[in-house]
Design a protein around this ligand. Sequence first.
Ligand code: FRU
Length: 475
Amino acid sequence: MFKEKYRPQFHFTPAKGWMNDPNGLIYFQGEYHLFYQHNPYSINWDSMHWGHAVSRDMLHWKHLPIAYTPETEIDDYFSGSSILDEHNATGFFKPGETGMVNIFTHRDNGVQQQSIGYSADGRHFTRYLECVLPNPGREDFRDPKVIWLKDKKRFLMALAVYDHVEFYTSKDLKKWTFYSKFGELEGTHHGVWECPELFELPVRGTDEKRWVLLVNDQGSSKNQYFIGRFEGKKFVSENPRSLHLMLDGGTDNYAAQSFSNMPDGRCVLIGLMVAPNLFNCAPTNPWRSNMTLPRELWLEETPEGIRLFQRPVEEVSTLRGEKLSLSGEHVDRTLRVTDHIAPQFDAELVIDVEKSTAIQAGIQFCVGKSQEIVVSYDLQRQMLYVNRSMSGDMSYADDIPPYHEMKLRPRDGKISLRILMDHCALEVFDLNGEAAISAQVFPDAEQGEMHLFSRKGDTLFERLDVYAMNSIWED
Ligand code: FRU
């Protein structure tokens, strides 16, 4: 178990069965809880349960029994969130005690409505049988993410309703009142909107704060975000409508959600590493899909305005093992770094752009006679690329986007990247946090050469550090 072909060794996967969105992320009674959309009966989407796992570091997960199981053949537990009921507003807990409340879409006979459940110990879950927000006649009315508004002393729910987000409030999580809506004319609309989330973050290095609204566009498989203010009852974006901001340059970070009730104030997000149009396709068995690594988010001022920045949580470095290093390497074509490295590593790569003449430079790994995965930087266009066109098995679906790109400017004349490769999960980050690209890949693990390369000129690679990664499933 957990040794199968393509099985990620430091990304979360269910032991078996199908998984999609992360749900109900919460820190509760000393543990991080991860619930997820789950079909335990097959590796295809169907009959949605809430799978459940807990961890003390957001990396080493312990699988627990399913938290919510459909009651009939025609109901499902769709995506949602969790919140700490600190003052027993629901009355679900013993006087003076707190508990966790899970807020989800219960799809009953095709109708999407919001329901809740609760747990006093993080192990036993009870559904509250009354629906808390009935369907007003909409086909798409789902994915409640609830937060506590401190100044208003109310709960706030963000809900995806076809092509926009609706906000509702409540004092007891059981009765919800419509507040406002956002988005019909904002952002991208290649498909329905799903899994929204609103949170407030400080802008690093300033006294300012901003509200961030994340929402996924199913048609493009992109998690887009808006930055603005929450004024009175409304979210107001501060950017022009023509500006489309995306959390990830790849298509494989969908339905990401942040942990509620974090003990240290960090904003940490986990996403699903599968694009909606590629559900039910990946060549893995007996499980399907994996989560992204937990990522810490913050806001930073850039020349273009305030943007979301991200990096893997610092806990990820605790999995690092043996290291392979190079420094100060001038490369004018290709430099073979190693003949073989397992596709389970965490690498840092720094390119000195000012001291390089090349137009493109980067790293190739999982290289063999028919295979390579390329992470590169275009020094002229200032773009970060991931090329998975020859990344191994690409036959499992049509329409797998072969390339991903994201704008990235050098800092102090350098480009610093972090590349996390975990069998079928590839996550690439700017070490400063400005860009991220997530991509599913299915390489043959036997083809494992690693090269640095430089095109049309010379590149100074200031350093390359490659750490073998330990498995979270051992011991
Ligand atoms: C997103 C999504 C959600 C829905 C869930 C069903 O991937 O479609 O909108 O709640 O998956 O599994």
